[in-house]
Design a protein around this ligand. Structure first.
Ligand SMILES: [Zn+2]
Length: 242
């Protein structure tokens, strides 16, 4: 209680069972900035993977992953700006909130796509390439039908979608990058604690954003290092530069 009093300026009361948490203006600002600052790095990072691609399949994969990565930060930033400055436009805000939730499903699918597309997989495991998009579509439909109604179900969907492809990926012959993949996954899971702590911990949602950014960076690093980077690319770059 004392903790809540001390941070009263920065945090409101937790949301009612079927309602949404109302952030303070400090929290709104933090929610916007924590993802806005990542839009440019996401675009640059995606362009780098595209540039490093050796063939058409790698290029397409870089596009899918890049679009998912950039969409996550752009949609999240726009939603938080609308939620902060235009909350009186209820329908618009509601629409952006659904997009913010929907883009998480697309982002999870996009994050696994480089591993599923560019690594050697068994005949059964390779079906995960399209199945993950089916799950993302299912999640999207769920958001539009039951948005915010059953919060536990929503969390269950995110976690199922986050973990089930990991079972396939860990069965790959080439295990390079699995530590980074698992590390990123663990960071996402730890972040969920804050995702669920609005009104209990000040700036909980912004802290969740930082966990997402860190986990996404770890996953990006693994994709760049193990799936796209090759020593010859840098030799070419160096000869171009000097
Ligand atoms: Zn957010």
């Amino acid at each position: 209680m004392r903790f809540q009093n001390r941070f009263q300026r920065f945090m409101n009361h937790p949301a009612p069972a079927n309602g949404r948490y109302k952030p303070t203006c400090y929290e709104h600002a933090a929610n916007c900035y924590t993802h806005a600052f990542l839009i440019v790095p996401a675009i640059v990072g995606s362009a780098l993977l595209h540039w490093l691609s050796d063939d058409c399949w790698e290029k397409i994969t870089a596009w899918i992953y890049g679009v998912g990565l950039c969409a996550l930060f752009i949609v999240s930033t726009v939603f938080h700006i609308v939620s902060w400055k235009k909350s009186h436009l209820r329908t618009v805000e509601h629409c952006f909130h659904m997009c913010d939730r929907m883009v998480i499903y697309l982002f999870i699918a996009a994050s696994y796509t480089p591993w599923l597309n560019l690594r050697e997989l068994g005949p059964l495991a390779s079906h995960m390439r399209w199945f993950i998009w089916l799950m993302a579509a299912g999640g999207t439909i769920y958001v539009f039908l039951y948005h915010e109604k059953y919060k536990v179900v929503e969390l269950f969907f995110y976690l199922t979608m986050g973990f089930s492809p990991a079972l396939v990926v860990t069965s790959m012959n080439n295990t390079d990058g699995l530590h980074e993949l698992a590390g990123g996954g663990l960071i996402y899971c730890l972040g969920v604690v804050f995702f669920k702590s609005d009104g209990v911990i000040p700036f909980a949602h912004a802290i969740w954003h930082l966990f997402v950014a860190t986990a996404a960076a770890v996953h990006y690093y693994a994709i760049w290092k193990y799936l796209y980077r090759s020593p010859t690319d840098y030799a070419t770059l160096m000869t171009k530069l000097y």
